[in-house]
Write a protein that binds this ligand. Structure first.
Ligand SMILES: [Zn+2]
Length: 568
């Protein structure tokens, strides 16, 4: 990469974009994404064409297969720029980079000064949308979710994962199941139209809500090497060691594949625990025994309908409830199994174990936590607005990033948008500083003029995030563990607010960051109680998240949400 400062910027009222010869759907999509970004930020007109109106800017999009995989290049000066991509989706990444250093004003669009070529270091740069608990991914109008996928693509994200949670439904015929299938299909299709890959997470021994009781799995601990009960187990999953259960598991999996058949599916991920698993004597240890009865046939079933599809074998929570799973898998995968393409490890999985050799020497992905830190297991995650924690993410990434080929951060909503940007850039350039990404985010989403102050505020927000809930005299309090900093954060955010355009002041990214500063300030100065001003802010955030029906762990804690206390 290289940064060159060009002489004084010029604002253009009109921008023509010349598409590559024989442009495919994704190249055309990149123009649509670029146009939407410009339209939402300034008055410049953007259109497809060969030559600009007098005084306009021309951006030529080009495909250059000599660039590294998914790389892009930005070159040119003055009124003629060229953005090249190794493939069509790389054009979106290149336009993202161009946009993020650009300026927007009532006079129009001033293209950013960044020039050079850039190629991502990690091939799998995913995101997992947890579409449940009536969170944003489950409730937001689909066009908002589609626009969000495009926004993530601008940062270099190349894979969107979803999970169809069978236990919420009685069967594939359940009308509610059909609604969820339709929504997931729409999300996967939108990802594909944006040029991204798609992934379906599948819990290995997953079951419908009214699965046969006699075939169900054991989740209890204290026997057969299990030191504690399985976390998150739904208690409807089946035990594949019981006669007839494996056939049922595969039959139901086939039903789900069939229901999703018209959705594009590039990857399938087989999940062991949380939820799922079985602690019985025949399945122990699950990760290197019971799970294996399901994994291979499930992978083969997926490959049958998706011959070029990739299979990810997840080791999430391996060696957490019991022992011998990682080492057992190493023995089973002495060489790479022909039915698996990637291994996935948990965010906290031991680096030493990975350094000692990965089962089957499979390229390894991780499943980073970007949503839930700081507010305890009960949430509400993101309930107080934006929750950036770049420092923690950087620390975790640096501990094992070199051993990974990418991953899928776990997302509960839009409140950790800054954390997603930080991860997208770790995947792009492994040694990129989180603070550097945050500054680029702030300059692009808000304004370069407020980059210093708002970046500082966002970094301080990591320190003030940790809090605990306490009910005193019938009132719910949220006690900040480290309230020092809330005054400075509020002052920085208020000062920045005055300098922003009305459009940015109203944008959801600004609102959730700004309101976080307001709410925390209220809490710190009012005995940790939620004041009327805090309530007003929480109600606004609820609307932005579409969290009116959300379960408490993903709901801003308005008076109504606290009273309803909707459980998972
Ligand atoms: Zn079992």
């Amino acid at each position: 990469m290289s940064d060159q400062q060009n002489p004084p910027e010029k604002f253009y009222a009109s921008v023509q974009v010349r598409l590559p010869k024989a442009a495919g759907a994704v190249a055309r999509k990149s123009l649509g994404i670029f146009e939407r970004q410009i339209r939402s930020r300034c008055g410049a007109k953007v259109g497809a064409g060969e030559s600009p109106a007098a005084g306009g800017l021309l951006i030529t999009l080009d495909l250059d297969p000599t660039l590294g995989a998914e790389g892009f290049r930005i070159e040119g000066s003055g009124a003629a720029l060229r953005v090249s991509g190794e493939c069509e989706r790389a054009l979106i990444y290149g336009l993202g980079k161009l946009l993020r250093s650009s300026r927007f004003s009532p006079e129009g669009f001033a293209p950013g000064p960044w020039r050079g070529a850039s190629v991502p270091q990690k091939p799998v740069r995913g995101i997992y949308f947890a579409s449940h608990f009536h969170n944003f991914y489950q409730e937001a109008p689909l066009p908002e979710v589609f626009a969000y996928i495009e926004d993530l693509a601008l940062w270099g994200t190349n894979n969107v994962a979803v999970w169809f949670d069978m236990h919420e439904f009685k069967s594939v015929e359940d009308p509610k199941a059909a609604n969820m299938i339709a929504r997931l299909k729409a999300i996967l299709k939108a990802a594909k139209e944006t040029g991204l890959d798609t992934t379906l997470l599948c819990l290995a021994n997953e079951s419908w809500a009214d699965s046969p009781v006699e075939l169900r799995a054991d989740w209890t601990g204290g026997h057969d090497g299990y030191t504690r009960e399985l976390q998150g187990h739904y208690h409807v999953e089946l035990c594949p060691s019981k006669p007839g259960a494996l056939a049922k598991i595969l039959e139901w999996r086939q039903q789900v594949f069939k229901a999703l058949a018209s959705a594009p599916m590039d990857f399938m991920c087989i999940w062991p625990y949380d939820q799922g698993g079985c602690t019985c004597a025949q399945c122990k240890p699950w990760g290197a025994n019971g799970l294996m009865h399901i994994a291979q046939p499930m992978a083969e079933m997926f490959r049958k309908s998706n011959p070029t599809g990739k299979v990810i074998f997840s080791t999430w929570y391996f060696d957490d409830f019991t022992t011998g799973e990682w080492d057992g898998l190493k023995k089973l995968f002495l060489k790479k199994p022909d039915w698996a393409d990637y291994l996935m490890v948990g965010d906290y999985f031991g680096v030493e174990k990975m350094r000692g050799g990965v089962p089957g020497a499979l390229p390894t992905l991780s499943f980073p936590e970007i949503s839930m830190w700081g507010v305890g297991g009960w949430g509400p995650w993101g309930g107080f607005g934006a929750s950036p924690y770049p420092g923690l993410l950087e620390e975790r990434w640096h501990s094992k990033g070199a051993l990974l080929v990418g991953g899928f951060p776990y997302s509960e909503g839009i409140f950790e948008d800054m954390n997603k940007a930080v991860y997208s850039q770790f995947y792009w350039q492994a040694d990129r500083k989180a603070e550097d990404t945050l500054r680029e985010y702030v300059a692009f989403e808000f304004s370069p003029e407020v980059a210093d102050g708002v970046t500082k505020a966002a970094l301080l927000m990591e320190k003030t995030l940790t809090r605990k809930k306490e009910v005193k005299d019938g009132q719910t309090h949220f006690i900040l563990e480290n309230p020092q900093g809330v005054d400075e954060i509020k002052a920085l955010m208020e000062a920045a607010h005055q300098r922003l355009s009305p459009a940015v002041q109203k944008s959801w990214r600004w609102r959730i960051l700004y309101l976080r500063a307001i709410i925390d300030h209220e809490l710190a100065h009012h005995d940790s109680a939620l004041t009327d001003r805090a309530e007003e802010a929480l109600q606004e955030i609820t609307k932005l998240y579409h969290a009116q029906n959300a379960a408490f762990p993903v709901a801003p804690p308005t008076r109504e949400a606290i009273k309803a206390n909707r459980q998972l």
